[in-house]
Design a protein around this ligand. Structure first.
Ligand code: SF4
Length: 380
């Protein structure tokens, strides 16, 4: 299949791996963070880590929307379903994110909450049209990729004067999170997370373009290569990063030219800025409060903002003590470092958010057996 098979060619992947092995310099170590959960998934699924020379290490980043959702926001959704008796509509992965008191949205549904799984923002709007007698709240999550569809439904609800529809906006922003990582003590002072470059997100970059990453290359001297989600995209991006490090360059390069431009999608950007504004601060699981890292609904669309409509407040709740998701999302730890990985915590029984979505580092490692391979290597 064109555009798929040609980016999954095993022989070509081995050729690129051989080229990487030739070009890595013997005295050097290369630590690259793949920001996006889609790349984490691809690296685990296609065994890309196994193809790389030992001098090249991939560090998982926080770019999985379900993983970074803090417990307090899920609690808020549960309160809407159980106390305010709304129809709470959200994407499938959100339903299983662990919340306070052993609850999740799925368990809230079992307790009688009207929680519905939807496939798109448009499905939530359709629920509002079908049930004018009920309050419908769309619990919206995601990075810049899923923000425009949320903006569309809010604008459409305004056009149709749907008084029973509102949104809890949890949309977060990639560049702010990258800045936060680069400014973290682990990267700046302690050196516990050595970072030589980033693989930039694929889908997010189709919307925001490659321009926002230029700041990281210029200010922090970190190379960025934007890459697609297919295995050859990722391999090629790693080769491009190795070359930048070897040459002492820190530039933004675009491997994903078939979809990403420097300017991104101006129409989508304009739509988002019409409906949303920056939040001063937002809590990310693992990263804590990150300034200007998320969006809120503008006052002109306040009628569709569930947080205002139901006077909701987000309470900060600590993660499960046994869970290392926070450290994994900051790149400090690996899923294998968690004592309950694969025994107590599994995709069927997730204790932390990184085990919920297929883009989560723990779920990706578990699902594709990378933890077993690693255990065998360690035992040998
Ligand atoms: S294995 Fe489970 S508990 Fe451990 S870090 Fe991952 S999600 Fe958290």
């Amino acid at each position: 299949m064109r555009w798929i098979d040609e980016f999954r060619d095993g022989a070509m992947a081995r050729q690129i791996a051989a080229q990487i092995a030739i070009e890595v310099q013997p005295q050097r170590r290369y630590h690259f963070m793949e920001f996006c959960g889609g790349h984490t998934h691809a690296i685990s699924r296609y065994g890309i880590g196994d193809l790389l020379p030992s001098a090249v290490k991939m560090i998982h980043g926080p770019g999985c929307p379900v993983c970074v959702l803090p417990i307090g926001r899920v609690d808020l959704a549960i309160r809407l379903a159980l106390d305010h008796r709304v129809i709470l509509a959200t994407y499938g992965d959100c339903l299983r994110v662990p919340a306070s008191d052993g609850l999740s949205l799925l368990k809230a549904k079992a307790r009688g909450g009207d929680v519905r799984m939807i496939y798109s923002a448009a499905d939530a709007l359709e629920l509002a049209r079908k049930h004018p007698e009920r309050e419908i709240v769309f619990f919206a999550i995601g990075f810049e990729t899923t923000t425009p569809p949320t903006a569309i439904v809010i604008r459409q609800a305004a056009v149709e004067k749907l008084a029973n529809f509102s949104v809890v906006c949890n949309h977060v922003l990639t560049p702010a999170a990258i800045t936060h990582i680069l400014e973290s003590p682990e990267v700046r002072q302690l050196g516990t997370v050595p970072l030589d470059g980033f693989i930039g997100p694929a889908h997010v970059s189709t919307v925001i373009g490659s321009r926002p990453y230029e700041h990281f290359a210029e200010e922090y001297r970190k190379p960025v290569v934007i890459a697609g989600f297919e295995p050859l995209d990722v391999m090629q991006a790693i080769l491009m990063l190795v070359r930048q490090v070897n040459d002492g360059r820190a530039e933004v390069e675009n491997e994903f030219t078939r979809a990403v431009t420097r300017e991104g999608n101006p129409k989508a950007q304009q739509l988002v800025s019409e409906v949303f504004e920056l939040r001063r601060s937002f809590e990310w699981r693992g990263l804590g409060e990150v300034p200007y890292s998320a969006l809120a609904i503008r006052a002109s669309y306040a009628a569709f903002d569930a947080e205002r409509k139901f006077a909701l407040e987000t309470k900060r709740v600590a993660d499960n003590k046994a869970c290392e998701c926070g450290a994994i999302l900051r790149g400090v730890k690996h899923p294998r470092d968690c004592r309950i990985f694969g025994n107590v915590c599994t995709p069927e029984n997730p204790i932390g958010s990184c085990m919920v979505s297929s883009e989560g580092a723990c779920a990706a490692h578990y699902s594709y057996g990378r933890h077993k391979v690693a255990a065998m290597v360690e035992a040998a």
